[in-house]
Design a protein around this ligand. Structure first.
Ligand code: GH3
Ligand code: MG
Ligand code: MG
Ligand code: MG
Length: 308
């Protein structure tokens, strides 16, 4: 069984997007050259305000910032970044200052900095900051990913679904884009477990999850919705083409020929499909509810079929 590892490796060598912020041109350029020499991407900004505007267009993994600068100082920049850092992003922030008063170092840390050091261009010291940054940024990325992944099947989980549904919903509202949704439920799965045991059931779930993932487009997402229920989001896909796509998927699952105690002799799925309708769906759950209704009909009409 695959395990989700959150422990950071001793040294993270992931390439980082770095932003150096300093009103002193020579220092800025020297730092940039050094960082690029370590194999990271590095942009520069002349003050906090310029950095803030650059980060709005393209976030950075690491910011190395001077404290005293015109317009917006380093600690103000740090506070703004911390407010904007969403769940999916953590900006590692280091203040490099010419000031030597250690009480100030503490103030920078309290404002959200990950480190505050005397300004310098020592290659080993700069490299040390980047190792520390890579470790934390990597850890954050893995934790974020793990929180949105189903441990059994390694596909997207409910949390990811809730976030994506909200995103699809507002995108569709704003741009009048279409999207279809399918719910696939394994037929007679309780019986399967009772007959072959829970571990064999887990294997079947993993195989079906992998198959669904392989059979849809790159832009589609497959989620583990419930125990033996999978939800698929298919952007820009009409009801008719989703029905066709899911008919094919249903057939592929059947042809996996996973032996089953059911009358059909192999594991099958029933599928309900619904296209987003902004005129009638009050919220994403109304849309899911319609797909659920279609799934219920597929079950009632004999299973191993797709209904809309
Ligand atoms: P139907 O054709 O109407 O869908 O019948 P069903 O037996 O599939 O439906 P039911 O909802 O009664 O049973 C779902 C079963 O799925 C019961 C539960 O033990 C099994 N299940 C849910 N999650 C897991 C899991 O993580 N692993 C295993 N092995 N089984 C699971
Ligand atoms: Mg300065
Ligand atoms: Mg079910
Ligand atoms: Mg079922």
């Amino acid at each position: 069984m695959s395990e989700i590892r959150l422990v950071a490796a001793p040294a993270m060598n992931i390439p980082l997007k770095v932003l150096v912020v300093d009103d002193h041109a020579a220092f800025r350029d020297a730092l940039q050259e050094l960082i690029e020499g370590f194999g990271h991407e590095c942009r520069v900004a002349r003050d906090g305000q310029e950095a803030w505007e650059m980060l709005e267009n393209e976030p950075a993994d690491v910011v190395l910032s001077d404290w005293q600068m015109p317009r917006m100082n380093g600690v103000e920049l740090c506070r703004s970044i911390r407010k904007a850092d969403g769940e999916g992003r953590y900006t590692y922030f280091v203040v490099l200052t010419g000031m030597t008063d250690k009480a100030r170092f503490l103030r920078a840390m309290e404002a959200g900095a990950d480190g505050c050091y005397a300004k310098g261009c020592d290659p080993n010291e700069v490299r040390a900051h980047l190792i520390s940054a890579g470790r934390l940024v990597g850890l954050h990325r893995r934790a974020y990913q793990a929180a949105r992944t189903d441990a059994l099947t390694q596909i997207a989980n409910r949390l990811r679904l809730d976030e994506d549904l909200n995103a699809v919903w507002s995108h569709a509202k704003r741009y009048r884009r279409s999207c279809s949704l399918a719910i696939a439920d394994i037929d007679g799965f309780k019986n399967y477990n009772d007959h072959f045991g829970h571990l064999a059931g887990d294997d079947a779930l993993r195989r079906i999850a992998r198959t669904l993932r392989q059979e849809v487009r790159e832009v589609d997402t497959v989620y583990r919705y419930g125990g033996e229920e999978f939800l698929l989001l298919l952007p820009e896909q009409s009801l008719a083409s989703t029905k066709l796509a899911m008919d094919r998927v249903r057939e592929v699952v059947e042809k996996l020929a996973i032996p089953s105690p059911s009358a059909r002799g192999v594991v099958t799925v029933s599928v309900g499909v619904a296209e987003l309708n902004l005129a009638t769906d009050a919220d994403p759950s109304a849309w899911i509810h319609r797909a659920d209704g279609a799934l219920y009909r597929a079950k009632a009409l004999g299973r191993n079929r797709v209904e809309v």
